[in-house]
Ligand binder design. Structure first.
Ligand SMILES: [Zn+2]
Length: 334
């Protein structure tokens, strides 16, 4: 596959964290405005191999210091959506954890307004549809995450379409979050959950039982036949994030990356960046890496994007329109 072609083909991305994806240029601009120690910015891009997920997550302690005011969040959301649009991502779901942006006194409605307004500005300027997912954080107690969901949904912001749980994934990650997913579903949010990133297949099974239509990473699914069968039966979409998965040691190396393993079993997968800046990647780069290491072709790339579209938390009109766009654009290459 060729870089220019992969770059210009329309793409769908469902798993992208705002705080890990703000373009470095934007972070530099924000750092200058508040006399931030700019040498810290050098530590944001995570090493090619981290010790584990917790190690990878350290980068966020730095970026989050620059995402604490309305202007910072609005500009960052805009610039992240712009970066995706410029590589022809036509549908993006951007996720963020509002409780991580309250340190300078912003309220939850202000945080939602900042991100939504930045996204709207990007959508007015570029040919991209963006929706937002709210992340609860696993390190916060259920009570805090419930207050978060309730306050966030009171804003009636129509860009908010889904709920996720992010943060360090311990063995019992999904055991206690039933009240959160139940509440989110009552508020018409669709569910995707980070699960199976740290070797725990039972978290994937539990996530699906809790109503997750998609699984973030889901790597551990490869070790458990029951989890695989459940994904096939329910049509669960696995949001793979190749570079990130190798960085966090969810997957040891490219030779054992489970993309084809999943696809051959009939599990729907899609490809994502996870964190464009922290993982120093783009969606174009992720597809090129899959071509280089696993030998994927344009037909597989098209399938992966259609899988993403099928699992997108958007209207049937948007899905129908984008599936036509994808069919036409990929036709010369498949
Ligand atoms: Zn993630």
């Amino acid at each position: 596959m060729q870089k220019e072609i992969v770059h210009q083909l329309p793409k769908v991305e469902l798993h992208c964290h705002l705080d890990g994806s703000v373009p470095m240029e934007t972070l530099k601009k924000l750092a200058e405005k508040q006399q931030f120690d700019k040498t810290l910015l050098d530590q944001i891009v995570a090493p090619a191999k981290c010790h584990d997920l917790a190690d990878y997550l350290k980068s966020f302690d730095i970026t989050l210091q620059l995402l604490q005011t309305y202007e910072q969040l609005e500009e960052s959301a805009y610039a992240t959506a712009e970066a995706a649009a410029l590589e022809n991502v036509r549908y993006l779901e951007l996720r963020f954890a509002p409780l991580l942006h309250t340190e300078a006194g912003m309220t939850l409605p202000e945080i939602i307004a900042a991100v939504s307004n930045g996204i709207r500005r990007a959508m007015e300027q570029y040919n991209i549809v963006v929706n937002l997912l709210i992340c609860g954080m696993r390190q916060h107690p259920n009570e805090d995450n419930l207050v978060l969901l309730s306050e966030v949904m009171n804003t009636r912001e129509n860009l908010l379409v889904g709920f996720d749980m992010a943060g360090p994934e311990p063995d019992l990650a999904n055991d206690h979050i039933g009240p959160l997913t139940t509440f989110a579903k009552e508020k018409d949010l669709q569910i995707t959950l980070h699960s199976g990133e740290c070797g725990c297949a039972h978290n994937v099974v539990q996530a699906i039982h809790l109503g997750a239509e998609r699984i973030g990473h889901g790597i551990a699914t490869q070790m458990d036949e029951a989890a695989q069968m459940l994904c096939v039966e329910k049509g669960t979409v696995i949001e793979l994030c190749p570079t990130s998965n190798i960085q966090t040691n969810a997957v040891e190396n490219w030779d054992v990356y489970p993309l084809f393993n999943f696809m051959e079993k009939g599990i729907k997968c899609c490809v994502n960046t996870d964190n464009r800046t922290v993982s120093h990647t783009t969606l174009t780069k992720e597809y090129l890496l899959l071509a280089e290491h696993l030998g994927i072709n344009y037909a597989t790339m098209k399938t992966l994007n259609l899988n993403g579209l099928a699992g997108a938390f958007t209207t049937s009109e948007v899905k129908a329109q984008l599936s036509t766009v994808i069919a036409e654009a990929y036709a010369p290459y498949v």
